[in-house]
Design a protein around this ligand. Structure first.
Ligand SMILES: [Zn+2]
Length: 156
């Protein structure tokens, strides 16, 4: 959870050097925590919100993430990574479990549709995005454990 809690010096945001917490009205003069929508909170208030958002995001991801079509075959014998020279020349298409994971995520799941409307700067959306991404990863690992055994779905 603490990965989401990033203190901001109050004086960086408010010239007067203070703001009241939107949750509990405590006056903040040292650090504030932002929800990314313009809300300013003390740490305990934002922590409580993050906990709610995480539970909600997890529930949403569990209910909505889906594999939408059969995954293509992956042939380890074709594995290929561009050299730095090739990469710089614009030949960036690797054929690796990682590249295959990205391809499957976009082509064979509803990942893109689920994240499309998330407002990227809001904290609740970033939490939702992470839950969706982890859940999709878990589904793909389940579908092809032999290809994706090195991936971690963060507890799913
Ligand atoms: Zn508060």
């Amino acid at each position: 959870m603490s990965e989401w809690l990033d203190p901001i010096p109050v004086e960086d945001v408010f010239e007067d050097g203070w703001v009241d917490c939107d949750g509990c009205d405590t006056r903040l003069t040292d650090e504030l925590y932002s929800d990314g929508w313009g809300g300013c909170f003390c740490r305990p208030c934002l922590e409580a919100l993050v906990e709610e958002w995480e539970a909600e995001a997890r529930r949403y991801a569990a209910e909505n993430c889906r594999i939408t079509q059969e995954l293509p075959e992956y042939d380890p014998d074709q594995e290929y990574r561009p050299t730095p020279e090739e990469y710089r020349a614009g030949m960036r298409d690797a054929y690796t479990p990682n590249a295959f994971m990205a391809q499957c995520r976009h082509e064979c799941t509803n990942y893109d549709a689920l994240i499309r409307n998330l407002y990227p700067r809001s904290l609740s959306a970033r939490i939702a995005y992470q839950a969706i991404r982890d859940r999709i990863t878990a589904l793909l690992i389940d579908a092809k454990p032999d290809v994706f055994h090195e991936f971690d779905a963060d507890g799913w």
